[in-house]
Design a protein around this ligand. Structure first.
Ligand code: NAP
Length: 161
């Protein structure tokens, strides 16, 4: 499983139910990486998508405890159910797309993280878990990009233990 996330300098990921910044280069990267694959996210994150609809071109799974939740995505009501229903999907085709509660619960099952770091600090109320350097090794980083005065870079981490 692969976590995909955009963080600020303090590992912030969201505020008031929204992303911290709109970076079209990062949205494009997210699309390139996840198109044709399966993505999982929490119910709060689904409700931030345009029209509260799943993103096109991907199989989407939403985690919610509400068994009656009405959506066009596949619904899983627990981590256990999600793990069981995705057990036949190759790990490099299954992306964990947030939010904070889902990263927290599924990071132990991930062996890779695609992390976009924005070189700025926002006021955030949701965070990605701190990366333990004895567990996560940086294996790649991109050049520095800039959009509307905001600098960012793509990183890949792999689990080493
Ligand atoms: N920077 C990024 O890359 C990124 C990516 C995604 C999201 N975000 C941001 O993160 C924030 C949302 O994060 P969040 O932590 O508040 O919400 P979330 O993780 O998106 O969704 C939380 C909801 O998921 C469901 N859930 C969580 N664990 C579950 C479990 N074990 N079994 C069944 N359902 C479960 C619950 O839904 P019910 O209440 O319906 O039971 C819970 O209320 C927003 O600000 C969003 O913009 C940032």
């Amino acid at each position: 499983m692969i976590a995909i996330v955009v963080v600020d300098e303090k590992m912030g990921i969201g505020k008031n139910g929204q992303l911290l910044a709109h970076i079209s280069g990062d949205l494009k990267y997210f699309k390139e990486k996840t198109i044709g694959k399966t993505i999982v996210f929490g119910r709060e994150t689904l409700e931030t998508f345009p029209g509260k609809k799943p993103l096109p071109g991907r199989k989407s799974i939403v985690l919610t405890t509400d068994k009656e939740y009405r959506t066009s995505c596949e619904v899983c009501c627990s981590i256990e159910q999600f793990l069981e229903e995705t057990s036949d999907i190759p790990g490099d085709e299954l992306f964990v797309a947030g939010g904070a509660s889902i990263y927290e619960q599924l990071l132990p099952y991930c062996d890779k993280i695609l992390l976009t770091r924005i070189y700025k600090e926002f006021e955030a109320d949701r965070f990605f878990p701190e990366l333990d350097s004895s567990v996560w090794e940086e294996i790649w980083s991109s050049e520095l990009f800039e959009e509307d005065g905001t600098e960012y870079r793509f990183f890949e981490y792999k689990r080493v233990r």
